[in-house]
Design a protein around this ligand. Structure first.
Ligand SMILES: Nc1ncnc2c1ncn2[C@@H]1O[C@H](COP(=O)(O)OP(=O)(O)OP(=O)(O)O)[C@@H](O)[C@H]1O
Length: 261
């Protein structure tokens, strides 16, 4: 399988504090890497480095074998899209959904003006929203619907890598599941490559092919999902797993509901 993303020896310091310490990580194309770790372990910092929002103090990134150095080009920015815990981070409240999607499609030259409407409707359909949503504004939707719109916006530019940083943790539990199911469907329909960040091991189990564990700025384990949940390598991974009482030591790859039963 080809590599999508390579993170080579990345270090980030905030003043004297090392938030990322020599991180080496790979994401294979068309797979989801689940990134887990306690609050403050550096997950969001790593996501922001990969998205180009933070320049690392040391190390390199490669996307589809191409180095990402210095200021990113428009094409490089298009290739990595991010969805956040709060969907409002990527939705301009003053713009209608039509404007939000059109801006992304036209800026990155995905389609010409004549096709914007048709493509926008297709995108909304993909995230199970009706075409009449186009003329509404973000505040007219629920949190779960706004996250669906943020997903549609991120996918509109056909990224090579989608980073999802706790995309369901601000949502009601019932809505969380439907957004996770949507991401699962999109992953298989569109062959997405994802870096999925969560502190919720149930969510990580539901979405990941491989699991990476961070602690205090260091990567302590990267394992295939089934191995991580049945035979974790690092003592810290065992600690994380044992801290979730409802988490069975899973033997199967399971479905979305399994970790919560
Ligand atoms: N701009 C900043 N300046 C100084 N320290 C920062 C800054 N951003 C993050 N940190 C610190 O870096 C560490 C890693 O933060 P980060 O947000 O990456 O962790 P995280 O694993 O994503 O945590 P959470 O799950 O709470 O979001 C934390 O100790 C945090 O306080």
């Amino acid at each position: 399988m080809d590599l999508s993303l390579q993170v080579n020896n990345v270090t980030v310091r905030y003043g004297g504090f090392t938030a990322l310490d020599n991180i080496r990580l790979e994401v294979q194309q068309h797979t989801t890497l689940g990134l887990v770790g306690e609050s403050g372990s550096g997950k969001s910092t790593l996501a922001r480095v990969i998205a180009g929002l933070i320049i690392p103090d040391q190390g390199q990134l490669l996307l589809d074998a191409e180095p990402l150095t210095g200021k990113r080009t428009r094409e490089q920015r298009k290739k990595i899209q991010m969805i956040f815990q709060n969907p409002d981070a990527s939705l301009n409240p003053k713009h209608s959904i039509r404007q939000i999607l059109a801006e992304a499609l036209l800026f990155h030259k995905i389609v010409g003006r004549a096709e914007v409407e048709k493509r926008s409707r297709q995108l909304l359909e993909r995230v199970s929203l009706e075409g009449k949503a186009l003329d509404k504004y973000p505040h007219e939707f629920s949190g779960g619907q706004r996250q669906r719109i943020a997903i549609a916006r991120a996918l509109s530019v056909e990224p090579s890598l989608l980073i999802a940083d706790e995309p369901t943790s601000a949502l009601d539990v019932s809505v969380q599941l439907s957004v996770l199911e949507l991401l699962g469907t999109l992953k298989s329909e569109l062959n997405l490559t994802m870096l999925f960040i969560s502190h919720d091991l149930g969510v990580i189990h539901a979405v990941s092919d491989k699991v990476a564990v961070m602690r205090q700025g260091k990567l302590v384990e990267v394992s295939p999902k089934d191995r991580f949940f049945s035979r974790p390598e690092a003592a810290y991974s065992r600690e994380l797993l044992s801290a979730v009482p409802q988490m069975p030591t899973m033997k199967t790859s399971g479905g979305l509901h399994e970790p919560r039963t």
